[in-house]
Design a protein around this ligand. Sequence first.
Ligand SMILES: Nc1nc2c(c(=O)[nH]1)N[C@H]1C(S)=C(S)[C@@H](COP(=O)(O)O)O[C@H]1N2
Ligand SMILES: [Mo]
Length: 398
Amino acid sequence: MDRRTFLQWSAAAGLAPVGAIVDEGRVDAFLRTWLEQPACDTDPLAGGTRVGTRPLTGAGGFDQPLDVIQGAGLDGRLVTDLSTLTPDTLVTPNARFFVRTRFPEGGPPPSPWTIRVGGLVERNVELRPEELARDARSFGPLHMECAGNANPASFGLMSAARWGGVPLLDVVARARPSTTGTRVMVEGFDTHAQAPTRSSAGASWIFDWNDVRQTGAFLAFSMNGEPLPRDHGAPARLIVPGWYGAANIKWVTDVRIVDDDAPATTQMREYAARTHQRGVPTLARDYEPAVVDAAAFPVRVEHWRVGERALYRVVGIVWGGSTPVRHLSIRFNRQEPFRPVTLCPPPGSTESWSLWTHVWTPTSLGRHQIVLRVDDADTRTRRLDIFFYVRDVWIEAL
Ligand SMILES: Nc1nc2c(c(=O)[nH]1)N[C@H]1C(S)=C(S)[C@@H](COP(=O)(O)O)O[C@H]1N2
Ligand SMILES: [Mo]
């Protein structure tokens, strides 16, 4: 039911006028927010002509090829082009899904590939991915972002996909963890050919049972209905919904039950700052969950002409957090006020990303610096708070 239908329906049902309902506080916060949103089918730029698109960048931004895979091993990357996002392309095709670390080519991969479940368990088991995959169910679409997504020319180390997989708890249960086991370590195959120039080799992460339960972490065997691509972790990878990509271990070979004294892994330590830890804790138990807070940035600035006027439509994304963002505002330069953007349709969940738009009439030529702010009470936004996602646009016509 869209907004207009709702209004007609509530009138027909003999309800009080919507304004009265809101005044009397008889609708919950969700419905109120929904009523405040402009109807999603009205286009403020209807009748206008789209003249072009202004590129976005930011301090330290550098050009990178987008949507193509580059480099090898730990330096292998695919940066997704977010500037073209539309409501119909919020699930990223596998060939364009960002890659951080390509399949390791430094030695023979396990053959046959098995996933060992061991450590503090009643019995060690070795599982074949293709057997586990028979019980796979579908998850998503789920958004994923690399914690090191730091190039403001693209911010393209993020994408979203549907996955087929099996809950990690079900995999662990096959080995019957002992009562002393309080955590689970998931480790991948990372035998790379060259020494990395930017990161350290070996990928594993340790989760406590609460993390595993609350996130619904699962081993994935397929991606967007296709077999899991090699660069995305075939034959099996971990997905921890809501956490940074660093925890989503690819090429899984080992699931080990450990206890409270387990040291943090190299990967956890390498990513400590980027997952907002305090310092670099030595023990796994001292790590905060590597969750992604609510955040937002513009992906493109469309230049429109409506009659004699130049208008700009800023289109952006919002993702992350533990409750869907309801109020989001934008600021174009430090001296200007924050103005609400249009979340249309409002984000239904935090599992994936959503689009927002804002019609903008710049008052000056030249550089404008864009930041977003979440206005919902109690929503943590650690990255927005430190202006992690500031983007610049140059305006050449008013
Ligand atoms: N085995 C292994 N798994 C890994 C990594 C790695 O280097 N080795 N990189 C991690 C990081 S930092 C990210 S952001 C995600 C990226 O997953 P993708 O390449 O499928 O997008 O994989 C994670 N899993
Ligand atoms: Mo990452």
